[in-house]
Design a protein. Structure first.
Length: 355
């Protein structure tokens, strides 16, 4: 890859790259703050923002940057918006249920505890990333499925909000990759426009939990068909023309999901007849954009970093992007900015040959 920019465009790129560094810094700060957040300590302050500023010992200049970055840092949410969710009201268990290394149980957000509650928001001009953080004034109990004591699926505000758009969109015959607690299938089964829901799930324990304890509570179970198979195998070996929509949710967060996302994107040639949705795709795109910015930064500054991301998925993606862009010539900031757009990234990753 060869990038030659004039001084003005190079300065604009540096601003973009600095925004990426700021995104990562604030992301790390929020993650740490949420992990160590202490409600009793927070009560000593006028509001959560003041606690945040004191926790990191921010000066006035830092506070100004934070406030400009995200003026509504911590939002009070209406708990009734979530307690009235149809799945939340209908799918209830009386006691924890354990099957081998899985557990179906309840967890809770304590009053005033902080949590991520929606998709990451990105400014299309400078790619500033804002992750919405909220809290309730009451305890919020939510159903979750754990594997080896790690939560894989939960009916939290984040799950409810991040699936809302996909639930609204789908109709006809729908293929769902990943069963979990069956939240997405349950919600779309309520829609008259949805006729058939096929769910691909590899783990027989998850299927057993669903069939024994969740399925009997579903209102439209006749629409739902569970197929015990590897999703990659199913996608490659079956005719998928009968599906209008495909929804993928086989990962529990962005850390384990990026590799699966990249592999599935490379299989989209098999999915030409359906519209494909990926849960938390916005977060995956942000991670890919960050890596692309690193690649462009090295090319612009004629350096070759030997440092690893200390993440094999990121390292592999960087290498694949390097190969993909090896013959690319860029002579303007606008070219770079356009390559970093969501649609451009989605197209690029389908060509990275993960299979």
């Amino acid at each position: 890859m060869k990038i030659e920019l004039n001084i003005k465009d190079k300065n604009k790129f540096n601003e973009l790259y600095n925004q990426k560094l700021l995104n990562m810094t604030i992301d790390d700060m929020y993650n740490e703050f949420l992990f160590y957040f202490d409600v009793r300590e927070a009560n000593k302050y006028k509001n959560v923002s003041e606690y945040f500023n004191n926790y990191f010992d921010l000066d006035s200049e830092d506070i100004t940057v934070i406030n400009q970055y995200n003026s509504n840092n911590f939002k009070l949410l209406n708990i009734n918006d979530y307690l009235e969710n149809q799945y939340y009201k209908d799918i209830i268990i009386d006691a924890p249920i354990k099957i081998k290394n899985y557990e179906l149980c309840y967890e809770k957000y304590c009053k005033s505890s902080l949590f991520y509650y929606d998709n990451i928001k990105v400014d299309e001009n400078n790619y500033k990333e804002i992750t919405p953080i909220g809290y309730f004034l009451n305890d919020y109990k939510y159903l979750c499925l754990k594997k080896d004591n790690i939560t894989w699926m939960s009916i939290t505000p984040h799950e409810i909000n991040t699936m809302k758009y996909y639930i609204e969109q789908v109709k006809g015959n729908v293929l769902v990759l990943g069963l979990g607690l069956g939240y997405f299938p349950y919600m779309i089964s309520q829609k008259d426009e949805v006729k058939q829901i096929d769910i691909i799930e590899l783990d027989k324990n998850v299927i057993e939990i669903f069939n024994s304890f969740l399925k009997p509570k579903f209102n439209y179970i006749n629409k739902i068909n569970i197929i015990n198979q590897d999703m990659f195998k199913y996608v490659k070996e079956h005719d998928l023309k009968n599906y209008s929509y495909i929804f993928c949710d086989v990962y529990h967060d962005n850390l384990d999901g990026l590799e699966i996302y990249l592999k599935l994107k490379s299989l989209e040639k098999y999915l030409t007849s359906a519209r494909v949705f990926y849960w938390i795709e916005e977060t995956f795109i942000c991670n890919i954009r960050r890596i692309m910015l690193d690649l462009f930064y090295e090319s612009i500054n004629n350096i070759s970093s030997k440092e690893s991301y200390e993440n094999k998925v990121f390292d592999e993606l960087f290498n694949k992007l390097s190969i993909y862009f090896k013959d690319l010539k860029i002579d303007s900031y606008d070219q770079i900015h356009n390559l970093l757009k969501d649609d451009s990234i989605k197209e690029i990753v389908t060509k990275l040959n993960y299979h």
